[in-house]
Design a protein around this ligand. Structure first.
Ligand code: FE2
Length: 388
């Protein structure tokens, strides 16, 4: 029988388009209908009419099991409903109605959530996945526009079942309505499933995108760090390395007001697995005005003081967040904090970040939604940052 195995889920939203993906149990052709979301102005606020008016239909006649359709000609910062359908000779299956929202324009506020380690922590997790489910349902409560995963979302990226068990399964509801971006952690092992399931710009293991006034850059730190376990690693953070050249080019060319970089290994953490080689990227990020770096791998939460040139610097420094996400490993911390540590705690968590043209407000919340850290950065029109 034809069934939907994963999704539908949302990828790569722009102001006028979005990509919808899902997986079926057998090869089938695919269709997406995008429908007008019409607000009911009486009764409970926020209610929408059952959608009726189909605005756009996109078809793919060619059979596949992983379906990827892009819907164009949408309005910016607008809510729609969508429904997917797959058909083959043996049957037909359609999803329910889910909602999607296109990207905001420059000058408009938005929010995003962040977590990681839904699979990387699995070897230590005694909750049988309850922590993952809690974190996904908490993130849903915050209704973010987009969400980031900083790697290790599966335990073994080459194991097909892991993608459902640790990521698409617990995240099912959240991922139907929240476009997500992920980066490669060591547990993904650069597996082909990462490339099959996600619709990022080529080469996919690193990419960048704009959302509102923020430019996001995703790097593949497993490619930068030479290890025996990464036989394809270029292992070189210097001109001539394709990823490094992309990073420099991208930082130089963006005119976005805010710049956020994320990659898996943490250059700064007062715990195990600090990958100091990655501090070699810091001068470049300082030069081009990166505001925030988000990492994972060490399964704790840690926020650094603003750092520039190896020192605390509230004027020019970059704040590094380790969002170890769905796990908590207190004994991975050093006995005492480091010079760069501002706040840290080993609890399962996620981040909720709200961006406006002039501000970045970051909350760190535990798996039950309790706030345990926050920080706010204000940026004047001159580009000068003020830490609140
Ligand atoms: Fe990791």
């Amino acid at each position: 029988m034809l069934t939907i195995m994963k999704g539908p889920y949302l990828q790569w939203p722009t102001e006028n388009s979005i990509t919808i993906m899902w997986e079926t149990s057998e090869p089938a052709s695919s269709t997406v209908n995008v429908l007008m979301a019409e607000r009911i102005h009486s009764g409970y606020q926020g209610n929408y009419k059952k959608p009726e008016q189909v605005l756009v239909t996109v078809d793919e006649k060619e059979y596949s099991t992983i379906h990827q359709l892009t819907v164009n000609h949408l309005e910016p910062n607008t809510l729609y409903f969508y429904q997917v359908r797959s058909v083959n000779e043996r049957g037909e299956i359609e999803s329910g109605y889910h909602y999607l929202k296109t990207a905001v324009r420059r000058g408009e506020s938005f929010s995003f959530t962040v977590t990681s380690e839904t699979g990387g922590y699995s070897g230590f997790d005694k909750s049988e996945g309850q922590i993952n489910r809690n974190i996904f349902s908490q993130m849903q409560r915050y209704r973010p526009d987009i969400t980031l995963f900083i790697g290790d979302i599966v335990n073994d990226g080459n194991n097909y079942e892991d993608w459902e068990k640790y990521f698409f399964g617990p995240g099912k509801e959240f991922l139907t309505n929240t476009p997500f971006y992920s980066c490669l952690g060591n547990h993904e092992d650069n597996a082909s499933w990462y490339y099959d399931f996600f619709a990022y710009d080529s080469p996919k293991n690193y990419y960048s995108f704009d959302y509102g006034d923020t430019h996001f850059i995703c790097l593949d730190s497993t490619d930068f760090i030479e290890r025996e376990t990464y036989p394809n690693s270029s292992g070189k953070m210097a001109p001539g390395n394709e990823q490094f050249d992309f990073f420099v080019r991208d930082l130089k060319s963006t005119s976005a007001k805010w710049k956020i970089v994320y990659f898996h290994y943490p250059p700064f953490v007062s715990g195990g697995y600090q990958v100091e080689d990655l501090q070699e990227l810091s001068p470049l990020m300082e030069q081009y005005g990166v505001d925030l770096v988000i990492n994972s791998h060490t399964i704790v939460y840690e926020r650094s003081h603003p750092i520039c040139n190896g020192k605390v610097d509230f004027e020019k420094g970059i704040v590094y967040i380790v969002a170890g996400g769905a796990g908590a490993m207190p004994d991975w911390f050093l006995p005492k904090r480091s010079w760069h540590t501002a706040q840290s705690l080993a609890v399962p968590h996620f981040l909720n970040v709200v961006m406006t043209t002039n501000s970045l407000e970051l909350h760190a919340l535990d798996e039950h939604g309790r706030l345990f850290d926050k920080f706010c950065l204000y940026k004047e029109s001159t580009g000068k940052r003020i830490h609140l």
